[in-house]
Design a protein around this ligand. Structure first.
Ligand code: NDP
Ligand SMILES: O=C1O[C@H](COP(=O)(O)O)[C@@H](O)[C@H](O)[C@H]1O
Length: 515
């Protein structure tokens, strides 16, 4: 292999048979029906159908087995649904993809009906059964995957309809699984109620609570990074780490989603789910194996060790202009920005602040984990002048991991300077396409691998952590501070970071390497 070339396993073999034997995900064949409920909506066109197309294009959805159904109330034909989603799937000028696209679109059928009547779901079931009969002329099982790209308010009725009318009927085996989107509830009570309603209809093994941050390449890398590298094992604790930041920034506002957003706010939209899931992977103990239940057990344990959030460790913000959206009330206190500090009461992390920060309409778009190390004891090089060591995992854009460290400045003088050890994916893995989070997670649902999905008890603890704060915000007891769109957010958030012990390195900026 020449220099600069890297061996990357072909995606069709990324889990070999020994993995399957050891961790119990059974490869299944037979007719596969994927049903996208809410097919007329935003998520379906922007994420679900494009992910399905990419899986199809790469050979993960066998055209001899798979059929895709869209279901929603909007009255449109098969062809109209195809026209709506076509533009989101591919650059049509790409001739190679154009051919795959037209074959893929032919696999899609649309059924229109309400979410709470058996009549619509009977028609859906007939359409699925028709497909199964036509495909199962030879022996095989039937698999039905229901993807709820819908507002959570209709989950209970939709699940009831699926259970009543649309379960897999094959005597030859197979399964029925459902995928549910976030936000799963609005607080502990509503989430538990929703869990109970769905739990009465489906076993936990059939329910896939999706959090798409768990499908991001560098989030998936966290366990490998932490537990397959001797480097990190002795450093990853309160003796060496000063603070941890998990940051999400967007450089655009709520744009057309104001109605939804105002009901939820940034904590429910991003922090309680995406950032908290990332925190689990940073902070959890080593699982006894890679079995999904072992991993999720450890995530639950670390969440249970989080102490109640204190109001003086929270800064909320709302960008100026947010209320201009006609669907947002003029007196809304909904935060579009939040910095909140979580503290983990266990042997590894006592005293280390985990700073979770998320905001819309800020000055940049990025998501990253920033681990700041303590100062060097008995420093003889004046390292503090350069700034602390930091290990940064850039989740997006420009996926990368880099370590900020102090080195001797090249030259005759004995001067020190801050530099970095840099693993930028674009440069290191040239020509390797990083899969979209949804693509990977949908493939997991087909394989029956729940590792990267949120278990019911995990969700419950996640809500336990944030519900008291959310209720105080909802009652107006914690106020959102206005900030300018395109800024860093309220200055009080930077002050909180400083108070928590984060030391910013002034004058240093990491620039992703260019090819
Ligand atoms: N959009 C995004 O980027 C993301 C969305 N999500 C989650 O995915 C789910 C779907 O989101 P999204 O596609 O944006 O939502 P939409 O508002 O686009 O709703 C999806 C479809 O559901 C139906 N619908 C909308 N409102 C109602 C209602 N009140 N009662 C019954 N049916 C309704 C509509 O179909 P019809 O009227 O034809 O039946 C609509 O096309 C939500 O849970 C959301 O939080 C998660 C991450 C990102
Ligand atoms: O779940 C959500 O995520 C998106 C951001 O996703 P990303 O993969 O682009 O980082 C966010 O815009 C949206 O508000 C939220 O609901």
């Amino acid at each position: 292999m020449g220099s600069g070339q890297w061996h990357v396993e072909k995606r069709s073999t990324f889990r070999n048979d020994s993995f399957v034997r050891e961790y119990g995900t059974v490869p299944e064949t037979g007719c596969l029906s994927i049903i996208v409920l809410g097919a007329s909506g935003d998520l379906a066109k922007k994420k679900t159908f494009p992910a399905l197309f990419n899986l199809y294009r790469q050979g993960f959805l066998n055209p001899d087995e798979v059929h895709i159904f869209g279901y929603a109330r909007t009255k449109i034909s098969d062809e109209e649904l195809r026209d709506r989603i076509r533009g989101y799937l591919v650059d049509e000028k790409n001739a190679e993809q154009a051919e795959a696209l037209s074959k893929f679109l032919q696999l899609i059928k649309y059924v229109s009906g309400p979410y709470d009547s058996e009549e619509g779901f009977q028609r859906l079931d007939n359409a699925i059964s028709e497909h199964e009969i036509s495909k199962n002329s030879t022996e095989g099982s039937s698999r039905r995957l229901f993807y709820l790209a819908l507002p959570p308010s209709v989950y209970p009725s939709v699940c009831k309809m699926i259970k009543t009318c649309c379960m897999n009927k094959s005597d030859l085996g197979g399964w029925t699984r459902i995928v549910v989107e976030k936000p799963f509830g609005k607080d502990l009570e509503s989430a538990e109620q929703l869990s109970s309603q769905i739990g009465e209809l489906f076993d936990e093994s059939q329910i896939y609570r999706i959090d798409h941050y768990l499908g991001k390449e560098l989030v998936q890398n966290m366990l490998v990074l932490r537990f397959a590298n001797r480097f990190f094992l002795p450093l990853w604790n309160r003796d060496n780490i000063e603070n941890v930041q998990i940051v999400f920034r967007e450089d655009f506002g709520t744009e057309g989603r104001g109605g939804y957003f105002d009901e939820y706010g940034i904590i429910r939209d991003i922090i309680q789910n995406h950032l908290l899931q990332v925190l689990c992977l940073v902070a959890m103990e080593k699982p006894i194996s890679l079995k999904p239940e072992h991993i999720r057990d450890e995530k639950v344990k670390v969440l249970q060790s989080v102490v109640p959030i204190s109001d003086d460790e929270v800064v909320l913000g709302q960008y100026e202009g947010y209320r201009d959206d006609s669907t947002v009330p003029n007196d809304s206190n909904t935060p579009t920005f939040a910095t909140t500090i979580l503290r983990i009461h266990n042997e590894r992390w006592e005293g280390v602040p985990f700073i979770l920060k998320a905001g819309k309409a800020l000055n940049s778009r990025k998501a990253e984990i920033r681990i700041q190390f303590k100062d060097v004891p008995g420093d003889i090089f004046k390292c503090q002048k350069q700034g602390r060591n930091e290990f940064v995992i850039r989740l997006q854009p420009s996926e990368a991991m880099y370590m900020k460290l102090t080195v001797k400045q090249p030259g005759l003088e004995m001067n020190t300077v801050q530099s970095e050890l840099d693993l930028s994916y674009g440069q290191r893995y040239q020509g390797v396409a990083i899969p979209e989070a949804y693509e990977r997670l949908i493939l997991d649902t087909i394989k029956g691998d729940q590792q990267h999905f949120v278990r019911r008890d995990e969700l419950k603890v996640a809500w336990e952590i944030f519900t008291p704060l959310l209720h105080r915000i909802d009652k107006g007891e914690v106020k959102s501070i206005p900030y300018k769109p395109g800024s860093r957010g309220p200055k009080e958030a930077d002050q909180l970071l400083e108070k928590a012990g984060y030391l910013q390195t002034h004058g240093y900026i990491w620039i992703p390497p260019t090819l």
